[in-house]
Write a protein that binds this ligand. Sequence first.
Ligand SMILES: [Zn+2]
Length: 283
Amino acid sequence: MPLKVRIKIIAIVLFSALGLFVILNFSPWLALAAALIGIFYLEMIYPKLNFFSPAILNVKDQGERAVAITFDDGPSEWTLKILDHLRDQNVKSTFFFLGKNLERYPEIAKRAHAEGHTIGIHGYSHTKFHFKGADFIHEDLDRCFKSFQSLGIKPAALIRFPHGFKNFFAVRDARRRGLTICSWGKGVWDSKRPGVQTIVDRSLKLKAGEILLLHDGDGAKENPDRSQTVEALPEIIRGLKAKGFEFVTLDERHSRWKKAVKAVGVSSKEILEECKPFNPIKK
Ligand SMILES: [Zn+2]
């Protein structure tokens, strides 16, 4: 997170503390504590706020006209049609696969990987992590890595937490595994199935450098309906191309595989050892 934003947030905390102090006649320390708790909570549930952890928030470093399309919650049978569209339009994207769905659709995951898309981690069960403890989160991520391992797929060192919700334990576990947290800039709520045209219209508001979030699954649910997303995708790609955007995938060079020797999970450690170290980008 840029220094400017951090300073802004500190200013917001201080002002809200002052507000609480004046309005509720709190003691100043109690007011400050209340404001800090508010900010902590906001960071837990707001994916774009990464005050305490570095995260990929955009793809501006990959070119002036770069945008990224990302998919969460797959693989599912809908992923096949999405892969067809991406192949037809010669676009690479980033998929955050769920361990449980990898076990259901191993061949689809293998195809996405073989076709050169970036594959990241979305946990195993799609449980929201923000009120979970270290052990639960660790086990969930271990199971996700094991699902990848059983398919022989090495995921990129990128993680997007379910719903983007996180807490201290989730951030620490991801960091120990050498994973970089991935956020997004534009959510179009295709998960709520608002209609094909609405998904297209919202997606075409994407600005240079932004990351678009779409879904090829529905959490850990069986038989999700992603027909609208699939139908909208070709239109979205054509529209964004017409605006002169170039499609990139989220870049695992942001991740710090070198630090991953500290990886705590046995299953993830084995995968990490296969990875060539490289120079992480300084943010
Ligand atoms: Zn998800």
